[in-house]
Design a protein around this ligand. Structure first.
Ligand code: NFS
Length: 629
């Protein structure tokens, strides 16, 4: 296998060569060394839930020792993936809610969006009249924290969905109750000797994933916006070329904005900037990786260093003083790569300590002081940089990012004829979808996966969609890919989009691929879908929408895909999830769910074919949409 063909990113290719020269092992080497991966695992047909196993299902041994058949085993494994993903997103949200509880006028965390908070508080039945905004914030934090463990009732957000959708959820019993409860229920139901019915296991998977999208992630997004600001269009740059040869380079990698917002502030501290100069640097250059990259670029225009598959390669540049991480998507391998250079690999969360890293705990109670100390560590390290080992690849692309739902509506206001219509609604988008100028809207989300070439499926599919007049909204490492490959430039509309979409982009002044944030912000996709559906008084499944995860790899992505389907949006995957061992699981996920929730999964590992399938299905949806709207 030629390593260079495992990524289409030219910076990555250059750095893979350097890694080889420097004797540094990367994920790409490990992928080659791994040769063929475990077939039982790939199919989902291996059970190691109890100590009698592991049991592997073969034609000769069609049942595990307890008698579980392959459908039960696949279903249990799938449900646990959904629970893992839901736990990760929601525990992130829990920390954000705790941060909300810490907000104060004098403290580190403040309320930036008072109106948004009041609107949310009212929606949640919190008395707001005559109350101090911080008292409202603390009450809202309490309500949000109750969503994790409340003994009765269902998610506080469900009522924002179209009425028809809510009925479906009720009928199928997939309205999420408390977040922790749904995760615990799946862990319980998948314990040895509990649920052994594939239909039921998938139903439980849907409900748990709903606790991610319609509960945990929504809390994460809404509270982050209230505390750190709702994203607005920002100019930025993306790819490893954003590293600076003469500055202290700090890369933030991970997920929670409570840490990154403080680090960003700390890099502006005059004393630390002066210290950087003392160390011989021209300044401090901060950039982001993975979802933290998305969080800080959409609020501050901070540059995106790269995506999930570039984390080791960033260190291979030899120009990174510190890689500061919190939780999720962090390769343990970074310890070994950092050892080969002068880079300090700094872990900050008790939830994600990594052997070989420097552990500097970040506590929200002492946020700014902790951040100052962490940044100081990075700055002091500049003197240890070995210039002879530095190679910063040149490529980077400009991008316009930060399209929250509010930002999109604001852009749409540009084309509203105020004599006829109100501003501040989704109507202009509905109008161009209705007229067919834009054929539909597709959310492209998710990771990079070593089973396919990095960035190839993301970019191929996005280009195909916009060429066919489909507006793309994107989050996570899909968003990073789009930014790196120039698809978030406004000029990309002329270059790649079909005539209809290009015209709309020009009038509304947006790129054809819209950056909606981190993976937790897939909740924004649910908000857009609900806003459109509510506006036209239809169900989400009636709209020409789709979701696609071309290079997904994490459990979080499985939970996202599952709640997107449960929300009535067909979801397309570029990598097969480990469910192939059960014909019944495939039948349900890729077929029968359509009858239940009005949407299902489609898998195709060829990006061109997958794009063609999406486009054809959007056109089919249009026929239905045009008939009833
Ligand atoms: Ni989403 Fe974001 Fe990237 Fe995948 Fe990881 S960073 S939370 S899981 S790899 S998109």
């Amino acid at each position: 296998m030629d390593k260079k063909l495992m990524t289409i990113d030219l910076n990555s290719r250059i750095l893979l060569e350097k890694a080889e020269k420097d004797g540094v092992e990367t994920m790409y080497d490990r992928k080659i060394a791994m040769k063929s991966q475990c077939g039982f695992g790939l199919q989902g047909g291996c059970c190691r839930i109890c100590g009698m196993g592991p049991c592997r299902i073969t034609p000769k041994t069609p049942r595990g020792l307890c008698g579980a058949d392959v459908h039960t085993i696949v279903g249990r494994n799938f449900a646990r993936m959904c629970a893992g993903g839901t736990a990760a997103h929601s525990d992130h949200a829990r920390d954000i809610a705790h941060t909300m509880a810490l907000t104060s006028r004098e403290g580190n965390y403040k309320i930036r969006e008072e109106e948004k908070l009041i609107e949310l508080a009212k929606d949640w039945g919190i008395e707001t009249e005559g109350k101090d905004i911080y008292d409202i914030a603390h009450e809202a934090a309490d309500v949000a924290l109750m969503e994790f463990g409340k003994p009765y009732g269902t998610s506080i957000f469900l009522k924002n969905a179209p009425a028809k959708r809510q009925e479906i959820w009720k009928k199928l019993d997939i309205e999420p109750r408390a977040i922790d409860r749904e995760i615990a229920t799946v862990m319980h139901s998948t314990h040895i000797g509990c649920c052994a019915d594939i239909d039921s296991l998938i139903n439980l998977s849907l409900r748990t994933s709903m606790a991610d999208g319609w509960q945990g992630s929504m809390i994460g997004t809404k509270f982050s916006d209230i505390m750190f600001g709702t994203p607005t269009p920002q100019q930025t740059e993306a790819n490893l070329g954003v590293l600076e040869a003469n500055q202290v380079n700090i890369i933030l990698h991970g997920h929670e904005p409570s840490l990154s917002e403080m680090i960003v502030l700390a890099t502006e501290d005059p004393e630390l900037v002066a210290l950087a100069k003392e160390m011989g640097a021209e300044g401090i250059n901060i950039s982001g990786m993975c979802c933290i990259g998305n969080e800080i670029t959409m609020r501050h225009g901070i540059k995106i260093a790269g995506d999930f598959h570039q984390q080791e390669l960033a260190l291979v540049t030899g120009a990174v003083e510190a890689m500061i991480v919190d939780v999720q998507c962090i390769f343990p391998a970074l310890s070994r790569v950092a050892d080969c250079y002068h880079t300090k690999f700094i872990t900050t969360s008790k939830k994600a300590k990594i052997t070989g890293s420097i552990y500097m705990e970040f506590k929200e109670e002492n946020a700014y002081q902790d951040a100052l100390q962490i940044v100081r560590e990075a700055v002091l390290n500049f003197k240890n940089r070995d210039k002879s080992r530095v190679l910063i690849p040149e490529l980077k692309s400009s991008a316009t990012v930060g399209y929250s739902v509010d930002a999109i509506i604001k852009q749409l206001d540009r084309v509203v004829n105020v004599e006829i219509d109100k501003q501040g609604t989704i109507k202009p988008l509905v109008d161009v979808i209705k007229s067919g100028t834009i054929r539909g809207v597709v959310g492209v989300v998710g990771c990079n996966n070593a089973r396919v070439a990095s960035n190839l499926a993301h970019t191929t599919i996005m280009k195909e969609l916009i060429k066919n007049d489909i507006l793309v909204i994107t989050t996570g490492c899909g968003a990073s890919a789009a930014a790196k490959f120039g698809l978030m430039k406004k000029s990309a509309a002329k270059k790649y989009a079909g005539k209809g979409l290009a015209t709309v982009c020009e009038l509304v002044d947006i790129p054809p691929v819209l950056h909606m944030g981190s993976c937790v912000d897939c909740s924004r996709i649910l908000d857009v879908a609900s806003a459109i559906a509510n506006f036209v008084d239809m169900d989400i499944s009636d709209l020409p929408l789709a979701g696609v995860a071309p290079e997904w790899m994490s459990e979080k992505a499985v939970a996202i895909g599952t709640y997107i389907v449960a929300s009535g949006i067909d979801t397309y995957l570029g990598v097969m999830p480990p469910v192939g061992g059960s014909s019944r699981a495939v039948e349900i996920l890729c077929g029968e769910l359509e009858d239940q929730v009005g949407a299902s999964f489609t898998v195709n590992e060829n990006p061109e074919e997958l794009a063609a399938l999406i486009i054809a299905d959007i056109e089919k949806k249009r026929v239905h949409f045009e008939k009833i709207y």
